[in-house]
Every structure is written in C-alpha cells, then in structure tokens.
Design a protein around this ligand. Structure first.
Ligand SMILES: N[C@@H](CCC(=O)N[C@@H](CS)C(=O)NCC(=O)O)C(=O)O
Length: 224
C-alpha cells in the first residue's frame, strides 16, 4: 500500500486528483496549501514542486506533479477503479491520455483567463478585457464537449471516468464566475449528474472544510 499525501487548495484543479483518489477508495491525506498566503512559493513547498503549483502528490514521500501524470499514475496503479476505460489497444490508451491532456493543456489555460483574469492584467480592466477574450475562446471548446455528451451521460458514453471529473472542475470554475450555462445543456446536465456521485460529493466536502479553515484565518478569496 502506498503512502499518499495530496497538496490541495479549494476551487483549484487539485479537485480532479482528489475525486480520483476518492473514487479509488484508498486512504490518503490532503494538505491545504494557502495560496493567498503564497505558501506554494515557499522554499519548503518549492522543494516538492519547483513550479509552485497544486496539485502535487507525495507517493511514499516522493513528489509527482502535473495532473496528467498524477491521474495516469493513479489509473495505472489502481486499475480496478477504472479511472479511464479498460483497453488493451495501445493507441486507445494514448488517446485517453490525450483526453486528460486536452483538459490540462487546452481547457485549463482558458479557464484561467475567465476565472483569474487578474493574472494577466492589473486593475479592474482585467475583468472587462481578459475575461471576455477567455469566454470567446471557450465557446468552441465547450461546443465540442457539449456535442460529445450527446453520446451518453459521460465523456466515454456509459462509463464514468476521471475525464468527467476534469470537465466538472473546469465547468464549475467558469460558471462560478458567471459563464453562461444556457448554450450547453448537456454540460449543465453533466454537472448536475456528477455532483451526485459519492466520490465527487466527498471531494467537495473536503474543499468545503478547507474553505472554513481559510475563512477562519482570513485567507479565503471568494471567486469573483
Ligand atoms: N499544469 C498543471 C497546472 C497546475 C496549476 O495551474 N495549478 C494552479 C491551481 S488550478 C495553482 O497551483 N496556482 C497557484 C499559483 O500559480 O500560484 C497541472 O495540470 O497540474
């Protein structure tokens, strides 16, 4: 059995491996990283992840970073959890990695423009100028995702996968700051469906608990 410690912060993409770990059902610990206090840039944290980001996971004390790698490791280490569909076809296996990478490398950067426009421009102008550009870029991406969900309740049709967890996080993040769900009814329904999943509910509860900790310390930054 591996000793697993996941560094997390509420509302971030660390939700995706948290969902994966809850789905697997192995014991794991989470440690809250206080982003507002720049804990991710402290020498102690940078020694684990020089990029200064969550998620970071310690596997038997050894760090692994990047959602694509963390989710791939979890899937390969705990195949019974079926985080991705079972296949013996090497091309299919790599295509599944492409799906995870799509959310990490294509969707996530656009999410950041919408949810965190202040990373790109100082002052209130960020919200008027960067956020609409992000929304414009997100339109075709979410249209494609919405169309894919015509084939079933989940990304891979009948089978839930961690890609659904990734989509849920991205969708929750952008709709949480006002991105309209109206154009994309399949994704809206997907979000309503996934929140009923026990692993997702448990991951959300962990975040809610951490939000309370941050509030008590005056370090909670509500999405706006
Ligand atoms: N490519 C990385 C992205 C990680 C990332 O951007 N994490 C954000 C939260 S969603 C973070 O830690 N931000 C804190 C910072 O940049 O200071 C992955 O997929 O794991």
């Amino acid at each position: 059995m591996h000793d697993l410690k996941l560094f997390v912060a509420p509302g971030t993409c660390a939700r995706v491996p948290t969902i994966a770990l809850e789905e697997i059902g192995v014991p794991f610990e989470t440690e809250l990283v206080r982003l507002a206090a720049k804990q991710q840039k402290t020498p102690e944290f940078l020694a684990k992840n020089p990029k200064g980001k969550v998620p970071t996971i310690l596997i038997d004390g050894k760090p692994l970073t990047e959602n694509v790698a963390i989710l791939t490791w979890l899937h390969r280490t705990y195949p019974d959890a079926k985080l991705l569909p079972e296949t013996t076809d090497e091309l299919e296996r790599v295509k599944q990695i492409a799906d995870v990478a799509f959310f990490s490398a294509t969707v996530h950067p656009i999410v950041t423009r919408i949810a965190m426009p202040m990373y790109f421009l100082d002052g209130e102008g960020a919200y008027d100028r960067i956020r609409p550009k992000g929304a414009e870029a997100m339109g075709p991406v979410m249209s494609m995702v919405n169309e894919r969900l015509e084939n079933g309740p989940w990304w891979y049709g009948e089978n839930w996968s961690v890609v659904d967890g990734y989509l849920f996080w991205a969708w929750w993040r952008i709709t949480g700051v006002g991105y309209s769900a109206d154009q994309f009814p399949n994704i809206r329904d997907h979000a309503a469906r996934i929140i009923e999943r026990p692993s997702v509910a448990r991951a959300m509860q962990r975040e809610a608990d951490n939000i309370e900790v941050l509030k008590s310390e005056g370090l909670y930054l509500a999405p706006k």
